[in-house]
Structure formats: C-alpha cells, structure tokens
Design a protein around this ligand. Structure first.
Ligand SMILES: Cc1ncc(COP(=O)(O)O)c(C=O)c1O
Length: 455
C-alpha cells in the first residue's frame, strides 16, 4: 500500500521562521512616505502596527525564533499534512508525482491562521486591546477572529461587500469567534462614506476595505491594524508551511521539481515556496510557479511601480506589480485573489527570474477544482483552484514529455463555504473575463506620478 499522507510529529514543528530578505539577490526598494518621498521609518508605522512586527518587517536576520506563546497555539492544527494526489495522477495518466501541503486543516479552513496567531500574540504582548482588518473571501477575517478569541482581543473586520453577500457563513464564523464584521464600503468610516456617496452600489475591493480598517485603527485608542497578506512580516509567519513541507518531502524521499501556489496578496504562495526559492538561489534546480486570475493579473500584466496598498492612499508607497490602487477588480468568485497589488517580495523575485507567474481564467480553475473533488475528495477554495489548475497543467506537460517530475502545490484552503461559485459553474452561468488593455493603460497613468523603484 502506498503512503498517501505524510505527517510530522508535533515535536518536529519548526521553531524558527525563514526570512528571505537575508538571501535576496536584489534587495527590496524601501517603502516610501508619500508626503516626503523618503523611506518610511519605524515611527511612521507605529500607530498602525506594534513595534515587534515593524521590526520583523525590516529584519535582515535569516531565521527568526517563533515565541513559545505562538507555538502553543499553532499546535492546535500544525504541523499540517503533506499528501500525495495519487487518484488525480491516475486520471491524468501522468508520470508526475503530485504532492500538496494541506493548509485547509486549520480551524478557519485555510493558511491564514499561521499569521493571524502571531499577529494577535505580538499585539496582545504590546498591550493592544482591539485589532481591525479587511477580508476578501472572509478567510482572513475568520482567521483573525479566531486568533482574537485565542488571545482575548477584540476584532473588527471590514469585509468586501460582494463577498459579504456571497458568503454569509464566513460572517457567522467570525461572530462565533467573537469578531464583528461589517460590509465594506461601510458608513462607519469617512473613507467608506465618501465612496458610497459616489457609488452606492460599489461591490467593494480589498483596497477599500484596507483603507477603512486602517482609518479605524489610527483613530481609536489601544487599537492596531492587522494585514492578512502582502507585507514581509506576514510572509515570514507563513514560511512555516514550506519549512514543514521540506521536512516531509525528505521523509518521502522526494525532491520538488516545481513548487506552485496561488497568488492574491501572495502570503500562501510565499509561505510554501520561499524556503524552496532559497534552495534555488543557492543553486538547486527547481521551478517556482505563481498562479493568478486572468481577471486580476498583477504579476503577468501589471507594471512594477511604487503604489499604495489601499484605495484611500493611507499606506506607504510599496514597490510592487500593481493595477493601480483605484482599480476595482471584477467580481470573480476567488474573492481572496481580487487585489490590485502583490507582495513586494514576490514582485522582486519575479523581476529577478526566480518566480514564474502564470494566469488562469476562472472556468479553467473551476474545472480543475471539480476534477480534484471527484478524485481526491476535498472541495477546494476557489483561490486554491488556481494552484490546482497550474499543477494539472504541469502534470499534463509531464505526460506529454513522458517525464517523471515531482510537483508540490499549496492547498491553501477548503471551499465548503464557497459553494456559490461551484453552483454558478455547475449551472453553466459562470463566465471568463479578460482584463482589457485599457485597464493596464489606466494603471500606468495612475502610477506615473509616483517615484520609480529600481528595476
Ligand atoms: C484559501 C485562500 N487561498 C489563497 C488566498 C489568497 O491570499 P494570499 O495570496 O495572501 O495567500 C486566500 C485569501 O483570502 C484564501 O482564502
């Protein structure tokens, strides 16, 4: 009998996160203060984040210890299993071996608690009472609500309106864990009210929800903002995924040839792949593939530029591939991939040729998700379907070339609360959407006014 799932003992949980900043071939351009055009200092961020997280954001240390108080909570669901998709391999008739890291086993159903837990821990230790945040699909909002409950912090979540309407059960998860969830744009902030005045039916976007959450954090005592993706410290926390996967592949006696993740802001992709990118930087031969939606194609089509992380221009300017901070992505079902920008660290690695970006239309991703459900059994989140589509493509290519290869991808979350998208697909009402070239031109015009990062 062939082993299907490879488990790590709880005592083998990694004790340190990996910080790729120590190994980047080209260092990151610094975030800029939009008012001065100068790099931001820690004091510019201290109303937004606790100092311990600001330190992690800029740290150049290769490994950072995970505090005991974080490890203890991660043990609720970690280490997560590494599994082999043998049934999928069989229907595809591929000589490739497909492995996936199953992040859907967390209480919130995705990889998001890997950073929600340390972020809540550090805020609590800093004396903070309340966290505000945004959420797309609701995965991040529920993860932070869970973490708030574990450490006794109040949590307020601005949820992108279209997802709020499509996914009522995620709101109920947040409420069950004690979080408060409102649809964004909301009437609770100046930013939200201004947007609703212009466009009462605005479907919302992650950029708008971030602006609302930051506004509330900086205007409320003992409150800080928490971001679910994009930033260096978030990615740092997520590297536990790839560090575990490396140990598990070693147990399986395998070596990954291609490592894949879907990309919204980039945290699950980076979490799995960065320890492998490190190997690549130091000479190992492997490919690293980032899979994004064709409807919101940041890495494959957007310019690399300085841009704001949010719609209302409250964040520093970040060097990243961006469709422009005022871009409202089309209402595709993968709510967590509807973001105008992408992590600066991933942007940098794409420019340096260490990460290969690819884009997929949503019909193709659902097709892959359905194939997965009918072979491997679990129902993937619509975001995760993007990684599966890329893995299936790699496996088919291996078949065509008659080549054995080891494919590893991140199963970032389950889709049990995302069945509306499956309903649209199964009833043939789902359509594809390609971003028109005019949108890219609009982004170029919007970004022309800002300083230019080095290429
Ligand atoms: C299951 C799942 N996968 C992927 C993502 C994309 O986010 P990121 O790119 O930060 O991993 C999300 C975001 O909500 C998600 O819920």
């Amino acid at each position: 009998m062939q082993t299907k799932r490879i488990f790590l003992d709880q005592k083998d949980l990694p004790r340190r996160w990996y910080n790729i900043q120590a190994d980047l071939p080209t260092p990151l351009d610094p975030p800029l203060n939009p008012a001065t055009g100068k790099p931001v200092g820690p004091q510019d961020l201290e109303r937004v984040f606790p100092m311990s997280l600001i330190e992690q954001e800029v740290s150049q240390e290769r490994f950072i210890d995970i505090p005991e108080g974080v490890l203890e909570k991660l043990l609720l669901y970690r280490p997560s299993p590494l599994a082999r998709a043998t049934a999928l391999e069989k229907v595809l008739g591929t000589p490739a071996r497909i492995y996936y890291k199953d992040e859907s086993v967390s209480p919130a159903g995705s990889h998001k608690p890997n950073t929600a837990i340390p972020q809540a821990y550090y805020n609590k230790a800093f004396g903070i009472k309340k966290l505000t945040t945004e959420t797309g699909a609701g995965q991040w909002g529920s993860a932070l609500s869970l973490a708030g409950a574990l450490y006794g912090l109040e949590v307020k979540v601005y949820m992108v309106r279209v997802s709020y309407e499509q996914k009522p059960y995620r709101r109920l998860m947040m409420q069950t864990w004690g979080g408060k969830c409102v649809p964004s744009p909301s009437r609770e902030t100046q930013v939200g009210r201004a947007i609703l005045e212009k466009d009462p039916d605005c479907p919302g976007s992650l950029g708008i929800a971030i602006s609302e959450a930051i506004e509330e954090a900086v205007t409320t005592p003992d409150t800080r903002y928490s971001l679910g993706s994009l930033l260096n410290h978030v990615i740092l926390h997520q590297t536990i995924i790839g560090l575990e996967a490396q140990k598990q592949l070693e147990i399986a006696g395998e070596k990954a040839d291609v490592v894949i993740g879907c990309v919204g802001g980039g945290s699950n992709f980076a979490g799995l792949t960065f320890p492998f990118v490190r190997d690549k930087i130091f000479g190992k031969e492997l490919r690293v593939v980032a899979s994004e939606p064709a409807a919101c194609p940041t890495l494959t089509r957007a310019p690399f530029a300085y841009d704001f992380g949010d719609t209302a221009q409250m964040t520093p300017l970040l060097p990243m591939h961006s469709l422009g901070h005022s871009f409202v992505p089309p209402s595709i079902h993968a709510g967590g991939l509807r973001y105008h920008g992408v992590a600066p660290l991933i942007s940098r690695l794409v420019l340096d040729g260490l990460v290969e970006p690819k884009s997929y239309h949503q019909l193709k991703t659902y097709e892959a998700g359905i194939l997965w459900a009918r072979t491997e059994g679990t129902i993937p989140a619509p975001e995760t379907c993007h990684a599966i589509a890329a893995a299936v493509e790699e496996a088919k290519q291996a078949r065509e070339e008659g080549k054995e290869k080891v494919i590893l991808f991140n199963f970032s979350g389950h889709g049990l609360l995302d069945l509306t998208g499956y309903d649209s697909y199964l009833s043939n009402s789902l359509t594809d959407y390609s971003l028109p070239e005019e949108e890219i031109q609009k982004a170029l015009e919007e970004l022309a006014a800002y300083p230019k990062p080095g290429q």
